[in-house]
Design a protein around this ligand. Sequence first.
Ligand SMILES: [Mg+2]
Length: 154
Amino acid sequence: MPNKKIVHVDMDHTLCDFSTSYSKYKKNYPEVEYPHSVPGFFSGLAPMLNAIEVYQWLDNQDNVDLYILTAPSVRNPSSYTEKRLWVEKYLGIDAAYKLIINPNKGLTLGHYLIDDYIEGKGQENFEGQILQFGSSEYPDWKSIRKYFELELND
Ligand SMILES: [Mg+2]
């Protein structure tokens, strides 16, 4: 049994395309101040390009223990349920068992965190390495896969 690397993946702006839905709500319902507080917002997000494929690829690596690590939208109580429903819909029920909803990501142990933010929800205290999704180094899921292809075969 190889030593497994614990990898956490963020949801909003990383697995889930938050921005496109947010802009659509703003355009279609300008009177809604906080689209992400509307029931159905989180379950209705589309996956980011290649997110599902690369998540599944990572999940199939023998030396990876993969989790989803997301902060809740606390003022939208349905976000907790909708995030869970989204995970099952796009990644399957096994992934739902790996869903961690945590407002302070720095309290979670792990080797890697793939997240579009490097601070704000405890990321700054995460003890492993952060791959900032959407940065020039890791602009998309293909670049994340490339990184792990090299990293996991060392
Ligand atoms: Mg995010």
